[in-house]
Ligand binder design. Structure first.
Ligand code: PBG
Length: 336
């Protein structure tokens, strides 16, 4: 069978450059459009008051104390950013092998959720469910006999999701890649009356080298022993991502995520085409560092590469993107 494009015209009757000649025409034929409604802004929080600490490997990104975080959340809301994702830098003294700080209702992340929900309306608050910020081993689950235990970790994750929901988090985002955690968390939330709490599952999360700056930001790099290959996915795999996403949807995920972003846009496309559910990708810390680091040296134009990469996510099928460039992108989209 001939290609479906074979009858669609030939040069010189057809000149594809005609539609590209003027700005108004390029706008008219644009297939995808990036909007502020597509953005989720990940923010790092730290202890203290009226303080910000630059994250060295993420130029332009600061950890914020809760008071400054609340102000930043208000500014993001005013720009029209629909949601924020909070990540805590936990005091190393509070980290234990059982990561019990994760379900301390008075931990830093719960206090940050509570403060922002109390003061700022009209913006969604997303929270990771994973043990790595609280675990002295730096892993997303509990390590026993040199292995990240699945079911024992899920029990801790359930408790974490509950305290975060009680603090007011709108969306629980399990990023741990344990098997069966979405169903277990859904069931536990429902049993506690949190049937409206959404779940955005980090469904296809790869064991990636692009997370290093994030681990610096939350202070887990030093703690992490070994790698995360026994629970995060092998970058070689694509069919397996569909199984992961399918399981999470069946277990009750409202939204699914692929992570990292740019090197995995083929996965986004397959997920969107296969399941047609709300699909997100995370432009992770290493992707940010790569672009921003080069831009700071004058090698790339930050505003342009930011919007170009985010458009790439949309084109691949994303309904939204978690990006450290959310505030910059929102400002740029507003001034367009
Ligand atoms: C932890 C978590 C990670 C990220 C989000 N949640 C790191 C990891 O799995 O090691 C990465 C985000 C980024 O790199 O920006 N569960």
């Amino acid at each position: 069978m001939a290609s479906r494009f074979s009858t669609l015209g030939r040069y010189p009757n057809t000149r594809l450059r005609r539609n590209r000649r003027e700005d108004w025409s390029r706008r008219l034929v644009a297939e995808t459009r990036l909007s502020v409604d597509d953005l989720i802004w990940p923010v790092f929080v730290q202890e203290g008051h009226n303080q910000r600490t630059p994250v060295e490997s993420m130029p332009g990104v600061d950890r914020l104390t809760i008071d400054l975080f609340v102000e930043a959340a208000m500014a993001a809301r005013d720009l029209g950013i629909p949601a924020l994702a909070i990540f805590p830098e936990t005091d190393p003294k509070a980290k234990t092998p059982d990561a019990r700080e994760a379900y301390n209702p008075d931990n830093l992340v719960c206090r940050a959720i509570h403060a922002v929900k109390k003061t700022v309306t009209g913006v969604g608050v997303v929270c990771d469910v994973a043990l790595d910020p609280f675990n002295s081993d730096g892993h997303d689950g509990i390590v026993r006999d040199g292995y990240v235990q699945n079911d024992e970790s899920v029990d801790a994750l359930i408790k974490q999701a509950i305290v975060q929901a009680e603090a007011g988090a709108d969306v629980q985002a399990p990023s741990d890649m344990m098997d069966g955690r979405i169903g277990a968390i859904r069931k536990a939330l429902d049993a506690k009356g949190f049937e409206h709490t959404q779940i955005m599952s980090y469904a296809a999360k790869y064991a990636s080298a692009f997370y290093n700056p994030f681990r610096d930001a939350i202070g887990s790099s030093g703690a992490l022993k070994g790698d995360k290959k026994t629970y995060q996915m092998d970058p070689a795999n694509s069919d397996e991502a569909l199984r992961e996403v399918g399981f999470d949807i069946e277990e009750g995920a409202d939204m699914v995520m692929v992570k990292p972003g740019l090197p995995y846009l083929d996965i986004v496309r397959r997920v969107k085409d296969t399941f047609g559910v709300p699909t997100y990708a995370y432009q992770v810390s290493g992707e940010y560092a790569m672009l921003k680091g080069a831009a700071d040296r004058g090698w790339l134009d930050w505003n342009k590469v930011l919007l170009e990469t985010l458009s790439g996510f949309k084109r691949a099928g994303c309904d939204g993107i978690l990006t450290y460039g959310a505030v910059d992108a929102a400002r740029l989209l507003k001034s367009k």
